[in-house]
Design a protein around this ligand. Sequence first.
Ligand SMILES: *Cc1c(COP(=O)(O)O)cnc(C)c1O
Length: 381
Amino acid sequence: MTYSYSTNAVHGNFKEREAFGAVIQPVYNSTTYIQPELGKTQKYEYGRGSNPTRLALEQFLANLEGAETVYAFSSGMAATTAALSLFKTGDKVLFNNNMYGGTFRYISRVFPNQGISYEIIDDFNTFNFDTVGDDVKAVFIETPSNPLLYVSDLKKASAAAHKKGLLVIVDNTFMTSFFQKPLELGADIVVCSTTKYYGGHSDIIGGFTATNSPDIANRLKVLQNTLGAVPSPDDCFLLQRSIKTMPLRLQRQTYNTEQIIKFLSSQKAIEKLFYPTLIPEQRSIQEAQSSGSGAVFSLILKDTYNPSVFVASLKLFDLAVSLGAVESLVCHPATMTHESFTSELRLRAGITDNLIRFSVGIEDADDLISDLSAALKEAGK
Ligand SMILES: *Cc1c(COP(=O)(O)O)cnc(C)c1O
């Protein structure tokens, strides 16, 4: 019997019942495990290498991702670091132009020390993979992208990249496997920050890698143990609790976002709106590869509206980085989430100084719309 995502999100980690029949997974805080005798080990030895609570989380996530192997990390960046540690001196990796700020910080600050190079690609949908050199070993795609919600066709890009023998890594943080399963679309590795939708309550920093390749899984396992950025058993427990409500939260957050997009589309204060379904070409890619568009959108106000007054007038959207949690947030990418970008790259990617990004929570949609409406009026005074 196969169950739907929402059912697996509640029951998926109970393949093996806990010893006392507890309905939730217990937390094993022990850092070390007794060896029965010299030269003989059991399933668990040392907490960095493996931990029962972490393994329960990893199996729970693997079931939801449709992945053979998931490894949990102490942050999304730790998962990205592990995936990018598969490369060596002389290798080159391709990235899309608006990516998570921390990912750009990594490739601009850490890659040079390792002799690994990168190239920023403006549009993977039109990129000719036949032009890449032998040094190019992988593509790293974020779709929809952060903060401009640009949609890349994962099936098409993966097929073209594989033809050239490249590894395909997808940062699926904005969608989660509830809406989008990159491994089914051709990706070799998914990286994800669970700090966002999986955690969903602004109280856990975490991440994971997912893959169906036994060879990649073996290499990532070594990196998880060696780099050592593993989540605590308590965080693994809390994340399992959070995931059970993720489908409900994402449905509500996405519904709210769609209502807000409808409202903002008719507002004369708005110069430009960014959401995956607003441009027909982008919409058809998004609908083919995902079952929803998520709860992040960005906008630019017309010149006659003051963005600072707009943001300051919002009462339900807290001014803070991050996204995906139950509370709505607003941020200014140029100074908050994408300050690691060079000003040239920000300009090239379209992350202008007047761009404002929103993460929509689970509040009442009408309340959020009233709040936005009142703030727009203030900003236009
Ligand atoms: C937040 C985020 C990350 C990094 O995750 P952390 O848990 O903050 O380390 C990576 N990619 C995307 C798209 C993100 O939004």
